[in-house]
Structure formats: C-alpha cells, structure tokens
Design a protein around this ligand. Sequence first.
Ligand code: ZN
Length: 163
Amino acid sequence: MRKTQSIQMVAPRISSVASTGVRLSAPNGVAATRELGYLEAVGRRFPIGGAIVSIGRDRNLEVALDDPGVSLLHAQITRHEDALYLRDLGSRNGTWVNRARVTVPHQLRSGDRIHVGQTELVFQGTAAPSPPLSFACKSCGKPLGPEARFCTSCGFPAPGGSS
Ligand SMILES: [Zn+2]
C-alpha cells in the first residue's frame, strides 16, 4: 500500500469556498485547475477542476447533492498528477463505483458509475488518455508507433495517424 496524504483529505476548506465561490486552489500554484473530467448527475454537471473535490450533502461542497442518503461530507476526489482518485470519507451509506464498494482509493476512469445515497454520478474524463505504445497494422500485423499514419511495411492506413 502506498502512503496517502491523509492530511489533505481531513480538512476541506469549506468556508473559503462558501465565501468566494471559487474552487479550491492548489497550495503552491500548481496547475490544479485544469479539468480532468466531470461528474454527471441527473441534469447536472460538476467539473472536476480543483486539487480536491468534495462530494456530500453540504451545499458548499463542489459536488453538493440534495439526497438524504448522502452524508454531509461523503466522499472526496483527489488528484495525483493526471489521475483522479475517489475515496469514501467514512460515510454512513458508503460510496460505490460500478456496484463495488469503495474501500481503498479508486482511480476514476471515464464511464465509472458512482453511487452515493440514491444518486448516481457518472464520471467522464476529459484528459486525453495516454496513447498506447503501439498499434498493430490491421493488414499485416506489423507494430506501428502511435503517430504512424501508414504502415511502413505494407502502406495500409494506420489508426494512430491524425487525419
Ligand atoms: Zn502493414
């Protein structure tokens, strides 16, 4: 197990968010405002922009859910480099991703379905996924680099070439 920075997740600065309406900024100006994705609930979209995004019934949270089955501070999404991790914060009813209970930080992937209380949130990643190391030519099977436009062996158009 990796040691996680538990300090960061214990004390969300709810009051500052409430007074300014501005999302949490990273402590030392790290580029933490780039959206890595968003959560989609019924008719609502919550951008995941800050270093920490809190989910709960508290109206001052980034993801405020009016759901009696959701704890005031229910779960949190933290960023580690370009990955987002969802963790439960000891909520009453638990946090679920794709029907599995979150017991350890769960790395979010586009399309993940998060359940808190009666609410379903779908995570949609906007960060470009890291390109696969290589493709194989569909015609002859020769491995091709991600930037290849054509197979160097047989000339077949490659899937990685941006047209
Ligand atoms: Zn080929």
